[in-house]
Design a protein around this ligand. Structure first.
Ligand SMILES: Nc1ncnc2c1ncn2[C@@H]1O[C@H](COP(=O)(O)OP(=O)(O)OP(=O)(O)O)[C@@H](O)[C@H]1O
Length: 249
């Protein structure tokens, strides 16, 4: 629940689940993010786009405290979470589906999913059966070692794990990477839309403009470590100049 005192101390963040205020982040003195402002409200699907190396993964790593040096304010429900260990950020309701997907290769699919349900949370929005209904392929493969899965199946498993933590916000780092366009269209995009419809807030880092425009309610483009563009996906779709200039497409 939002902390009332913290909200009062942070004007303008009352409806935001996650806010970044003037966030600078980098590695060993090298700056990657140079003053990023973002706001994610409940129910938003915010797509963060940008060319290779624009700092998209660094943004997620800053949010989850996974390595970069960070300055500025990162707020979750108005509470400043800078420097919190990653497990505490997870307890605050955030889950990350990392690039490369982070599943336990030696465990069976079903064991990977069951492990994710061990997170103690009051809200139970997603059950194992819900995940199998969303991704029937995972049910078929439930006894397979996760290391034997295809890229698409591993992606489904990683999303399923994030759902079973009952996170309020799921951040996904390039979930379409390495997936066949057919799979992106027929499995990933509908799954992300279902998540949003069921009230999970999404922070979607993507190179795949089509997917981002398809599922996002808001878009942001990073360039030179800053937010170079922020607006509705329809606006970005029509702005061929911005797409070309900022994404090189
Ligand atoms: N652990 C690290 N140590 C040092 N530099 C890093 C580290 N991780 C990323 N960088 C550098 O930070 C910059 C931004 O990288 P980042 O991975 O955030 O970009 P990205 O937008 O996610 O790109 P991509 O789409 O290629 O994944 C790059 O120049 C990269 O080389």
């Amino acid at each position: 629940m939002p902390n009332a005192a913290a909200l009062a101390a942070q004007p303008g963040t009352a409806n935001a689940v996650v806010s970044l205020r003037n966030v600078h982040a980098g590695y060993g003195g090298g700056a990657v993010l140079r003053g990023v402002d973002l706001e994610l409200k409940a129910g938003d699907v915010l797509a963060v786009l940008g060319r290779n190396g624009a700092g998209k993964t660094t943004l997620l790593n800053a949010l989850f405290n996974l390595g970069p040096d960070v300055h500025g304010d990162i707020l979750v429900h108005g509470r400043r979470v800078n420097g919190w260990p990653t497990h505490r950020i997870a307890r605050a309701g955030l889950a990350l589906v990392p690039q490369g997907r982070g599943v336990f290769a030696s465990l069976a699919v079903q064991e990977n999913l069951r492990l994710a349900t061990l997170t103690p949370r009051s809200r139970r929005l997603w059950s194992l059966d819900d995940v199998y209904a969303l991704f029937p392929r995972l049910h078929e493969r439930r006894n397979a070692a996760s290391g034997m899965l295809s890229g698409g199946e591993r992606q489904m498993l990683a999303v399923g794990r994030a759902l079973l933590t009952q996170a309020e916000v799921i951040a996904l780092d390039e979930p379409s990477e390495g997936l066949a366009p057919m799979l992106v269209q027929s499995v990933l995009a509908p799954a992300l839309r279902t998540l949003a419809e069921r009230g999970t807030t999404l922070l979607l880092v993507e190179q795949n403009l089509g997917l981002a425009l398809d599922v996002a309610t808001h878009t942001v483009v990073l360039a030179q470590g800053r937010v170079a563009y922020a607006g509705a996906p329809e606006r970005l779709r029509r702005d061929h100049d911005a797409v070309h200039r900022l994404l090189g497409i």
